[in-house]
Design a protein around this ligand. Structure first.
Ligand code: PLP
Length: 267
């Protein structure tokens, strides 16, 4: 009997639904996966700002993961916000002991678009040395790639160099998301051992919506879980994110939210 791919999203809870595990779950469901989630931090956010980030204990993360893996066959994992060193260490330990035999997509979340710092600086360092080597793909934006590779990125050539450098440091695949580049706006670069490929910009209307990074990496995990190649998974997910950006509503007074896949009740 066919079944949906089970995709596990590990990340922060954003009650506004703009980003984090709620956005991950929508992206997974909209791309034919069944979402399971593990919460690493409870955040207080709305469409304007981040007010609080409360990391979840290591014991809770371990227990959430064990409870799900005791029962489900996980087809793909997406990892988002890991707010503290403890949290990164716990996940490294879990991924090593559970020996997941499935693709792992790591979105190395550091800051929110609204400007708030989401992860400790120590956590970012552990991420690079401990977690990145365990991932099938990492999906940093320009700022994150620049921090991970310790180099400035001003243009596409710099983005390619940073991606290649991260591959040399042990990443299997790196997708540097160029959404924030001044030049080459929205162009993404995929780097792996075999070389690199530049993907054209996702078509953006004016402005953006929150959570596009979360949704892109979740969609890629989902497509890898369905068995697509890395290239096809990236391309299908970029098409999905173009759609997500075009369907939005201003439900708060800040950044619009994507409402893709939500059936508007119209009696
Ligand atoms: N909050 C959480 C819990 C996240 O995981 C992320 C990004 O991954 C964000 C906020 C930032 O999202 P955005 O920059 O789209 O607001």
């Amino acid at each position: 009997m066919t079944r949906p791919s089970v995709v596990l999203a590990i990340g922060g809870f954003d009650g506004s639904g703009g980003a984090g595990t709620l956005a991950d779950a929508r992206a997974i469901q909209l791309n034919g996966g069944y979402p399971c989630t593990i919460v690493t931090a409870i955040t207080a956010q709305n469409t304007l700002r981040v007010d609080q980030i409360e990391p979840v204990s290591s014991d809770s993360i371990r227990t959430q993961l064990k409870c799900l893996t005791d029962d489900f066959r996980i087809d793909a994992i997406k990892i988002g916000l890991l707010p503290s060193v403890d949290c990164v260490e716990t996940l490294i330990e879990c991924l090593r002991t559970e020996e997941f035999n499935c693709p792992i997509v790591l979105d190395p979340v550091m800051r929110a678009t609204s400007g708030g710092q989401l992860a400790d600086h120590g956590a970012i360092d552990r991420l690079l040395h401990g977690l990145v080597p365990l991932a099938t793909l990492i999906t940093p934006n320009i700022d994150e790639a620049s921090k991970l590779a310790s180099r400035t990125i001003n243009n596409l050539t710099d983005a390619i160099a940073a991606g290649n450098q991260l591959v040399r440091k042990g990443c299997q695949n790196v997708l540097v998301k160029g959404g924030h580049l001044e030049i080459d706006k929205g162009t993404d670069v995929w780097c792996c051992q075999a070389g690199y490929e530049v993907f054209e910009a996702v078509k953006r209307e004016d402005g953006t919506v929150r959570g596009t990074g979360c949704m892109l990496s979740s969609a890629i995990a989902c497509y890898l879980g369905h068995g697509l190649s890395m290239r096809d998974a990236i391309l299908s997910s970029k098409t999905f994110v173009s759609h997500v950006i075009s369907v939005r509503h201003s439900l708060g007074s800040g950044t619009p939210l994507t409402t893709a896949g939500i059936r508007i009740f119209d009696p």
